[in-house]
Design a binder for this molecule. Structure first.
Ligand code: PLP
Length: 473
C-alpha cells in the first residue's frame, strides 16, 4: 500500500467509524453468533498473495462485525464499561501511526514525559497526595500483581527476587467481595492462594475492619507473616467501598503494604462530592484505577500510583548492557516500573481525553451517570416489583424481581430467567452477580454516550421482560 492509498482508506475508515457510532443503537448489543460460527467462516490457511483492503473490509463487515458485542453502545449496561470516546480514538490512531516502543526515556522522550505529567494530573484530579508518582499499566490485574510483588520484595529486603522463596508464610488480606484479580495476583506472586485471607463483609458489602484485625492477629500468633491488605474500593459486584481510613490505620499498625483496588470507581473521585470516600487514601502504598473503564479512554489504560518509587524500581529493575543510556540517572525509564519491557504510548490518549473534555466535562459526565442511576433506581423501586440488593453508591444498581412470598433459591431461578429475557430482547445488555447468595441483576449506567433516553429504554426492556415472565410463569 502506498501513501495515497493509505490516505484514501484512512478517510474511508474514519467514515466507517463515524457511521458505526451514529448507528450503534441499531445493532443487537450482544452478539448473536453461536460458538464456532466465526471460526468456521475463516479459512484454515492464510492467503498466499496479498488481498485488497476492499476484500478484507468486506469480510470484516460480513464475518467479524456479527461477532462483536457492542461495548460502545449506550445500551451496554453489563459488567463495568470499557469506554472509549472520539478524542481517545483519534489519539490511538496517532499512537498506531507513530508506533513508538516506549520502554525507556530515550526510545521516545515525549512518551515518558507526557506519561509523568498526565499521571500527575490524574493523581491530583482524584485527590491523592503528591507523594504518589504514577505509571500507566495495561490493566488493574497487572497493577495489583505489581503491588504484591513490590510488597513481597520490600518486606524481604529484595531477597525473594534474588534467592527465591525461603519458607516465608506470607498472608494477604482482602474482602469476600474483592475482585478475582487479587487471587490471581496472589497465585502468580507465589504466595499460594490459601494464603489469601478473605474477610467477612458488612450489610453494605464492605470489609469489616475488626474482623480484618482479628485475622491479622490470629495469623501472627500462628507463625504467618501478614504482608498486605487490598482494599476493595468499588467492588465489582455492587461498588461497595471498603473504609480506607480504618484499613489504612490497621496497615500502619501492623506495618503492612496497603493496596487500593479502585479499578472502576476511582474515576468518580474526580468529583469533589465523592472525595470523602478517599479519606485514608494517603495511608495507601499503592492505588490503581482504570481510566479505560469510566474515563472515556480506550482499553487499555490503567493508572497505578505508588508511594515508594524506589521499592517499585528495585523490584523490577533489570539493566542489560543494550538498554543502558547516558540519561538513566535523571529520567524515568518506565520499563522498570512494571512487568513488561515494551510499552505502548498510552499517555497520548489520556492527554487527548483530559484536554478535550476538560476537568469540568469529565466531572459533569460522571455526575450525570450517577444521577441517571439514581433515576433508574427510583423507577425500579416505584414499580413495586423489585428489591434493591445493595446501596447504589455510584452508578450500579443491583436488583431482583420479587413477586413476593418466595424463597431465595426460587427467586434466584426466576431472576436468572428474567435476565435471559432481558438480554434476548437485544435492545440492551445487562449482567448479574450474587450478593449474599441472592441472584442480583446489575444495571450499570456509565457508557460514554448514555443519556436519559437510553435509561428509559433499558427500564422498558426490564419491565417488558417482567411481563413476559409473568405470562410464561
Ligand atoms: N478490580 C475490580 C474491582 C474490577 O472490577 C476489575 C474488572 O472489572 C478488575 C480489578 C480487573 O480489571 P482489569 O480488567 O483492568 O484487569
Amino acid at each position: 500500500m502506498n501513501s495515497d492509498e493509505f490516505r484514501k482508506y484512512a478517510h474511508e475508515f474514519a467514515d466507517w467509524m463515524a457511521d458505526y457510532f451514529e448507528n450503534i443503537v441499531q445493532y443487537p448489543v450482544v452478539s448473536k453468533v453461536q460458538p464456532g460460527d466465526i471460526y468456521k467462516s475463516i479459512p484454515d490457511s492464510p492467503p498466499e498473495y496479498g488481498e485488497s483492503i476492499e476484500k478484507i473490509m468486506n469480510d470484516f463487515n460480513a464475518i467479524v462485525m456479527p461477532g462483536i458485542t457492542h461495548w460502545q453502545s449506550p445500551s451496554f449496561h453489563a459488567y463495568f464499561p470499557a469506554n472509549n470516546s472520539y478524542p481517545s480514538i483519534l489519539a490511538e490512531m496517532l499512537t498506531a501511526a507513530i508506533g513508538a516502543q516506549c520502554m525507556v526515556w530515550q526510545t521516545s522522550p515525549a512518551a515518558a514525559e507526557l506519561e509523568e505529567k498526565v499521571m500527575n494530573w490524574l493523581r491530583d484530579l482524584i485527590g491523592l497526595p503528591q507523594n504518589f508518582p504514577g505509571v500507566i499499566q495495561d490493566t488493574a490485574s497487572t497493577a495489583t500483581l505489581v503491588a504484591l510483588l513490590t510488597a513481597r520484595e520490600r518486606a524481604t529486603n529484595y531477597m525473594i527476587n534474588k534467592k527465591g522463596f525461603d519458607g516465608n508464610k506470607f498472608r494477604i488480606y482482602c474482602s469476600l467481595e474483592a475482585h478475582s484479580s487479587i487471587e490471581k495476583a496472589v497465585k502468580i506472586a507465589g504466595f499460594g492462594k490459601e494464603n489469601l485471607v478473605k474477610i467477612d463483609i458488612d450489610e453494605n458489602f464492605a470489609i469489616i475492619p475488626q474482623k480484618l484485625e482479628e485475622a491479622i492477629i490470629h495469623d501472627q500468633e500462628n507463625g504467618y507473616l501478614p504482608l498486605c491488605i487490598v482494599a476493595g474500593f468499588g467492588t465489582t459486584g455492587s461498588t461497595a467501598v471498603d473504609d480506607l481510613q480504618a484499613l489504612g490505620e490497621i496497615s500502619e499498625k501492623y506495618h503492612l503494604w496497603f493496596h487500593v483496588d479502585a479499578a472502576y470507581i476511582g474515576s468518580a473521585m474526580i468529583l469533589p462530592e465523592m472525595r470523602h470516600y478517599m479519606q485514608g487514601a494517603e495511608m495507601a502504598d499503592s492505588f490503581v484505577f482504570n481510566p479505560h473503564k469510566w474515563l472515556m479512554t480506550n482499553f487499555d489504560c490503567s493508572a497505578y500510583f505508588v508511594k515508594d518509587e524506589e521499592a517499585l524500581i528495585r523490584t523490577f529493575e533489570i539493566l542489560p548492557e543494550y538498554l543502558k543510556t547516558e540519561h538513566d540517572s535523571h529520567v524515568k525509564n518506565y520499563r522498570d516500573w512494571g512487568i513488561q519491557l515494551g510499552r505502548r504510548f498510552r499517555a497520548l490518549k489520556l492527554w487527548f481525553v483530559i484536554r478535550s473534555y476538560g476537568v469540568e466535562g469529565l466531572q459533569s459526565k460522571i455526575r450525570n451517570d450517577i444521577k441517571l442511576a439514581q433515576f433508574a433506581e427510583k423507577k425500579l423501586i416505584e414499580s413495586g416489583n423489585f428489591d434493591i440488593l445493595a446501596p447504589v453508591n455510584f452508578n450500579v444498581i443491583c436488583f431482583r424481581y420479587n413477586p413476593g412470598s418466595k424463597a431465595d433459591s426460587e427467586l434466584n431461578a426466576i431472576n436468572e430467567k428474567l435476565l435471559d429475557l432481558i438480554n434476548a430482547d437485544g435492545r440492551a445488555f445487562l449482567s448479574h452477580t450474587k450478593l449474599n447468595g441472592k441472584y442480583a441483576i446489575r444495571l450499570v449506567i456509565g457508557q460514554t454516550n448514555v443519556e436519559m433516553k437510553h435509561v428509559e429504554k433499558v427500564l422498558d426492556v426490564i419491565f417488558t421482560a417482567v411481563k413476559k415472565l409473568e405470562v410464561i410463569g
